[in-house]
Write a protein that binds this ligand. Structure first.
Ligand code: MTE
Length: 549
């Protein structure tokens, strides 16, 4: 490892897909490079990449929930099955995060969760934004919605009476501290005028037979830290030069999430110099060794803290000189230090404190803290074609004192639209008994030619992102919070708004009970779920389309 230097300038987006799967390509390129003693570049076509490098894990959830007549949840007995594909890769860790997030934000006095990784004839599935968390939370929101329908109450009411709050003890023993779920939910509810919109939507549905509208408000709580404890460590190297510029190298990879900008901001503020004086050139194993993957959304928390540690060391060394004179500029101070033979380079290190989980007892504190959010969505469906569009999406996130609101709002918007693909558009088709013309276990939908990805048309007509104000996070750098993955699940508000609209359509033919709607809610599924005289000859009211795996 000390003889091979691995460098990454930036990657053009990863979202998890490059966390482990890049190693196979690197190895494949390394063999001819070694044999021919020359550089080898390997670029996969989009379809080959999609066919071979794996997808988000599909999950199957089976639940039994006990609840009172008021809708208070008493017990959950849950089995979750994770489709790993043909190798373990990260599937166990993905399953673990799904199990940790199977409560979403709800108090459940008695919980039993059984998780299983399934070995299948698919290409090995891998990390994708949320890493099992969204799958676990989606299953939770399904049983919440089912309780509401059984009791003929609104899902939002069931959510509210089961909310966790400050001091809640989670099913794995962690206690919630600085929980901002209630203020986020309340601000969202006021901002979207939920009760008024409910009335308007009901009025619209009363007067329209073939178009239906639906709404939903969904909360989220996402645990921040790698659930594997040793990975929560980060290093950085800070070099200060005599012209007053600073070169920072850290173990994190820039993939469009703005990590380098955030780390540079923290270094600039530590030295009280302009951002333009700080440069991050690349990530390189000869500058910072043994880096963890840039994942789990915690990179700015950890690498900014490691960089700050290095900056503080250099500042402490400069302090005796700085206190002797009033220097006209940072460059003058640095030059004076240099002439005094002061070391202007430092290695910084950070470990996330007070975390740990014991799998033998099933108890511990796997997460340093949680990022909370809530989203409202209103959709309109065409019951004859199954087409839909999102009329409004309002999202509230608690990102503490955001390190960079422009980056963070971009992350929330991007995660939501990416999540929209997951919940409503992107249905994968594999070779199986229902698709005999595709070789068994092979992916047919390997590019935008054969399946639908989110595009400009899918952006909600009204799309608002707000950050909760006035709640500093004591657990992370400069009171900020991690943002990368948590907002992804907010797109499930669109899924449940679609389900709400389908309920209105089914009510027209006298079907008012719960019905299964699996992720993603594609136009085909929406159409077939809207029972009417056109579907009656083909499907019964308990029709359950084939699962997407
Ligand atoms: N944003 C962009 N533009 N591109 C990406 O690949 N990856 C996401 C998120 N945001 C990603 C992104 C994922 S899956 C994660 S875990 C985090 O960024 C990783 O970076 P962070 O730890 O700095 O948040």
């Amino acid at each position: 490892m000390s003889k091979v230097v691995c460098k990454t300038k930036r990657i053009g987006g990863g979202f998890g897909g490059k966390e482990t799967r890049s190693a196979f390509l690197a190895a494949a390129a390394a063999v001819p490079s070694y044999l021919m003693n020359r550089p080898v570049k390997l670029t996969l076509d989009r379809d080959i990449d999609m066919i071979t490098t794996g997808q988000r894990h599909s999950f199957l959830g089976k639940y039994k929930v006990g609840f009172t007549n008021k809708g208070k949840v008493l017990a959950l007995d849950l089995e979750i099955y994770n489709n790993a594909g043909n190798s373990l890769d990260l599937s166990l860790a993905v399953l673990e995060r799904a199990m940790f997030h199977s409560d979403n934000v709800y108090e459940i006095p008695n919980v039993r969760i059984f998780g299983s990784v399934c070995f299948t004839n698919f290409p090995s599935n891998t990390a994708f934004r949320g890493f099992g968390g969204p799958q676990g939370m989606l299953i939770a929101e399904n049983w919440i919605q089912r309780i509401a329908l059984e009791l003929k109450k609104s899902p939002e009411e069931i959510r509210e009476i089961n909310f966790q709050g400050e001091g809640s003890i989670l099913h794995y023993g962690q206690q919630l501290e600085h929980c901002t779920l209630a203020p986020i939910w309340n601000e969202l509810k006021v901002s979207c005028d939920f009760l008024k919109v409910r009335e308007e939507v009901d009025g619209f549905n009363l007067h329209n037979r073939w178009k239906k509208r639906g709404i939903a408000m969904i909360p989220t709580k996402f645990g921040i830290s790698f659930t594997t404890k040793f990975m929560n460590q980060a290093g950085a190297l800070v070099n200060v030069y005599t012209d007053g510029t600073v070169l920072v190298t850290h173990g994190g990879v820039e993939m469009g999430q703005g990590l380098h900008t955030k780390v540079a901001q923290v270094a600039a503020s530590a030295f009280n110099i302009p951002l333009s004086s700080v440069f991050i050139s690349e990530t390189s194993t000869d500058k910072v060794p043994n880096a963890s993957p840039t994942a789990a959304s915690a990179s700015s928390d950890m690498y900014a803290a490691a960089a700050l540690d290095a900056c503080e060391q250099i500042k402490a060394r400069m302090e005796p000189i700085a206190s002797q004179h009033n220097f006209g500029s940072f460059a003058e101070l640095v030059t004076a230090c240099y002439l005094e033979r002061i070391d202007l380079s430092a290695h910084g290190f950070y470990i996330t404190p007070n975390i740990g989980f014991d799998w033998s007892t099933g108890k511990g504190k796997p997460f340093s803290y949680f990022t909370y959010g809530a989203a409202f969505a209103e959709v309109e469906i065409d019951t004859l074609t199954g087409d839909f569009h999102t009329r409004t999406a309002n999202i509230f996130m608690d990102l503490g004192y955001s390190l960079n609101p422009a980056i963070d709002v971009g992350q929330v918007e991007g995660a939501f639209i990416q999540g929209l693909g997951w919940v409503a558009l992107e249905e994968l088709k594999w070779g199986d008994a229902a698709h005999k013309w595709i070789p068994p276990g092979c992916l047919y939908t390997c590019g935008p030619g054969s399946y639908k990805i989110p595009s400009l048309n899918d952006v909600p007509f009204k799309f608002n992102v707000s950050l909760l104000k006035g709640n500093p996070n004591v657990k992370a750098i400069h009171s900020s919070k991690a943002v990368g993955e948590p907002p992804f699940f907010m797109a499930s508000s669109v899924f449940f708004a679609i389900k709400d609209a389908i309920l209105a359509a089914r009510a027209e033919t006298g079907h008012t009970g719960w019905f299964p709607l699996d992720n993603p809610a594609t136009p085909e599924r929406i159409r077939m779920a809207c029972l009417d005289e056109f579907t009656a000859p083909f499907v019964s009211s308990d029709f359950h389309p084939k699962l997407s795996v």
